[in-house]
Design a protein around this ligand. Structure first.
Ligand SMILES: NC(=O)c1ccc[n+]([C@@H]2O[C@H](COP(=O)([O-])OP(=O)(O)OC[C@H]3O[C@@H](n4cnc5c(N)ncnc54)[C@H](OP(=O)(O)O)[C@@H]3O)[C@@H](O)[C@H]2O)c1
Length: 236
C-alpha cells in the first residue's frame, strides 16, 4: 500500500495516477469532495486530514488495517508564502510551518513503525538551501523538512525504511499559478535557473518512481535537488 498525502494537488495527482496504475494506494487530503471524486476515479479509499485538529499519530495510523503493509508514503501537502519577514503575521508563519513541516512529522510519526523495508518521501524546495529574499517562512519550513529527513532516516535505518526528500525549484502547478501569472513573470523565473526552464511534474515523477523502487535501495537521508541547478550552480 502507498499512502499519498496532498493527492489532490498537481504533484499529488500525478503521483497518485502513476502509483495507482500498478499498486494499491490510499489518498489523504483536506478537501473531501475532491478526494471522493479522485478516489472514485482511481478505485481506492481516502481519509480527510485537518492539520489544525489532528488525532494522536497512533490513532491516525488506524485508517489502515494493521495487517496492511505500508510500502511507501509521500507527502505532497505544501504551501508557499513570499512576503517580507516584518510583514508576516504570526498566523501566516504558523500556517506555513503547519502545512509543510508539521504535516511531514505527523504522517511519518503515524506510519514509520509500519514501514519496514519501505520508502518515505517528502518535498523540500530550493528555498531550503538557497537564501532567497522574502522566503523566510517557507525556507524555515523546508530546511526543517531536510533536517527531519536526515534524522528520521538515521532512526529508522534499522528497519530498512528509507527516508528522502526532493527539493524542486518553481514548477508549473496550482501553487505557482499566481507567481507565473504573466509572460514577463515566466521569463524572469526561467532566467533565474542555470538551465533556463520552469519545472513541471515530468521533471519530478521519474525521481519519485526511482525513490520508490529497489534501484534506490542504498539511498537514504538525502535531499535530491531537481531545480535546473538553481540551488548550487552559478553559470558565468
Ligand atoms: N510548485 C512549486 O513551484 C514547488 C516548488 C518547490 C516545492 N514544491 C513543493 O512540492 C509539493 C507539492 O506542491 P504542488 O506544486 O503539487 O502544489 P499544489 O498543487 O498547490 O498542491 C499542494 C497540496 O497541499 C494541500 N494543502 C495545502 N494546504 C493544506 C492544508 N492546510 N491542509 C491539508 N492539505 C493542504 C493542497 O490541498 P488542496 O488540493 O485541497 O488545495 C494540495 O493537495 C509541496 O510540498 C510544495 O511545497 C512546489
Amino acid at each position: 500500500m502507498y499512502l499519498i498525502a496532498g493527492s489532490t494537488g498537481t504533484l499529488g495527482t500525478a503521483i497518485a495516477n502513476e502509483l495507482s496504475s500498478s499498486n494499491s494506494v490510499h489518498l489523504i487530503g483536506r478537501d473531501e469532495s475532491k478526494l471522493s471524486e479522485q478516489s472514485k476515479a482511481i478505485g481506492c479509499e481516502y481519509t480527510v486530514l485537518d492539520l489544525n485538529n489532528t488525532p494522536e499519530p497512533r490513532e491516525f495510523a488506524k485508517i489502515l488495517d494493521n495487517d496492511i503493509e505500508v510500502k511507501g508514503l509521500v507527502n505532497c501537502i505544501g504551501s508557499v508564502l513570499i512576503k517580507p519577514l516584518h510583514g508576516t503575521s504570526i498566523e501566516e508563519f504558523n500556517n506555513v510551518i503547519t502545512t509543510n513541516l508539521f504535516s511531514s512529522y505527523f504522517l511519518l510519526a503515524s506510519f514509520a513503525r509500519r514501514m519496514k523495508n519501505g520508502s518515505a518521501l517528502f518535498f523540500s524546495s530550493v528555498a531550503g538551501t538557497r537564501g532567497l529574499s522574502n522566503h523566510e517562512a517557507i525556507s524555515a519550513a523546508k530546511s526543517g523538512i531536510e533536517g527531519f529527513v536526515r534524522s528520521s532516516a538515521a532512526t529508522y535505518a534499522k528497519d530498512n525504511l528509507r527516508i528522502n526528500c526532493i527539493a524542486p525549484s518553481i514548477m508549473d502547478s496550482n501553487m505557482s499559478q499566481k507567481l507565473l501569472s504573466s509572460e514577463a513573470a515566466i521569463e524572469i523565473s526561467k532566467n533565474m535557473h542555470p538551465i533556463s526552464k520552469i519545472g513541471d511534474v515530468n521533471d519530478i515523477l521519474p525521481v519519485v518512481k526511482w525513490l520508490f523502487s529497489d534501484e534506490s535501495k542504498w539511498v537514504t537521508g538525502q535531499t535530491i535537488h531537481v531545480d535546473g541547478g538553481m540551488s548550487t550552480v552559478k553559470p558565468r
